[in-house]
Ligand binder design. Structure first.
Ligand code: GRF
Length: 200
């Protein structure tokens, strides 16, 4: 069974959605470890409640390189093959990306390449777009940038606030993150430039 390592900083709703699909057998993998740079992350407490190995690895006071070495070591210690970023609020070093080549995924709450960085849902809402959504992508050395695995579109309603819009995007996030992992683990694929090509 493929060993996933989930890395998060906060609420952990994407992690919980993936954990549910793993438990249901829809994603053929096991969650080997959940790691947070914030000891008080609700996602970490949720992982413990599920009986998963959950580790707080505080990032305070460490520079990126030093911290990422600790993170790599912790993931390796648990035999992690795929790194699943689920609301991890730090930028990864080049050394981290090299440690797990083409095996790091992230979810971003916009249709990339639009609205990278923080508060993407609010950025999209404030910009006045009529369609936004979310993106699952491989992680490379640039922010919210690697090859795209899957996207889902969400229409902006006239009655929306940034909050109601975010909630509808989150529903799609939960769906496409698990589905992306399932597809990558069950279907042959390759990366061709910026494109993720599924062979079937
Ligand atoms: C999600 O909006 C995700 O797209 C972004 O961070 C947020 C994490 O939410 N990368 P949660 O912790 O998974 O609930």
């Amino acid at each position: 069974m493929t060993r996933l390592g989930v890395v998060l900083s906060g609420r952990g709703s994407n992690f919980l959605a993936i954990a549910a699909q793993v438990r249901a057998g829809a994603v053929p993998a096991e969650i080997a470890v959940v790691i947070s740079n914030r000891a008080d992350a609700p996602g970490l407490a949720a992982a413990r409640e599920l009986g998963l190995t959950a580790i707080a690895l505080p990032s305070k006071g460490l520079d990126r390189e030093a911290y990422d070495q600790q993170l790599i070591a912790a993931l390796r210690e648990h035999g992690v093959e795929w790194v699943i970023l689920a609301g991890y609020m730090r930028i990864l070093s080049a050394a981290f990306i090299r440690a797990f080549p083409s095996r790091i995924l992230n979810i971003h709450p916009s249709l990339l390449p639009a609205f990278t960085g923080l508060d993407a849902q609010h950025q999209a809402f404030d910009y006045g777009v009529t369609i936004t959504g979310c993106t699952v992508h491989f992680v490379d050395e640039h922010l919210d940038h690697g090859p795209i695995v899957m996207q889902a579109a969400v229409e902006v309603a006239a009655s929306d606030t940034a909050e109601t819009l975010s909630a509808r995007i989150l529903v799609e996030e939960h769906r496409i993150y698990s589905e992306s992992i399932r597809r990558l683990l069950t279907t042959p694929w390759r990366i061709d430039g910026r494109r993720v090509v599924f062979e079937t």
